[in-house]
Design a protein around this ligand. Structure first.
Ligand SMILES: [Zn+2]
Length: 162
């Protein structure tokens, strides 16, 4: 029997999808947990039944190669880890569905034959905005980019505060 797993990426946590009262099989990776870890997400994780699993090194490598081929070089370690976990689930004969609003992640998922389901295409969450910033020099960017144009540090993202 095929089991369906919902694989949560970083954007799935920020979207605040109600994970608590669900009978779905929820999974994510240690890298996603550390990337989204704050008070709110920690309590969400504690209250829900999210399994934290890691993809195999071979699948991590396969994802990195797929990302290189599609030119999606902005993917974080967490992004790569969820896609690798999807490959693991598929290899075990089960069905992974990736929950993500990250365009690069969805693009690479499609390349790998992984089903992705967007979170914020409808409804109020659409208004959520990201701030991209350089953790070293503090320069802010309105769009995602790989590196800071000032100092070359890897750009990070967080939600814009209302
Ligand atoms: Zn900088």
């Amino acid at each position: 029997m095929t089991t369906q797993y919902l694989v949560l990426d970083t954007t799935a946590f920020y979207a605040g999808v109600p994970y608590i009262n669900t009978s779905e099989n929820l999974v994510t990776t240690p890298d996603v947990i550390s990337e989204v870890s704050n008070e709110r997400t920690r309590s969400l994780i504690a209250l829900s039944k999210i399994n934290v699993l890691q993809g195999t090194p071979a699948n991590l490598k396969a994802v990195k190669e797929a990302a290189r081929r599609t030119g999606d070089n902005t993917m974080s370690v967490a992004d790569i880890s969820v896609l690798a976990l999807c490959l693991n689930i598929a290899e075990e004969g089960n069905e992974p569905i990736l929950l993500s609003d990250d365009f690069a992640v969805e693009n690479v998922a499609s390349r790998l034959g992984i089903k992705a389901r967007p979170l914020m295409t409808n409804g109020i969450s659409k208004a959520t905005e990201w701030v991209f910033f350089c953790p070293a020099c503090g320069k802010k960017y309105s769009k995602q980019r790989a590196e800071c144009i000032v100092c070359g540090t890897k750009i990070e993202k967080r939600l814009r505060k209302n």
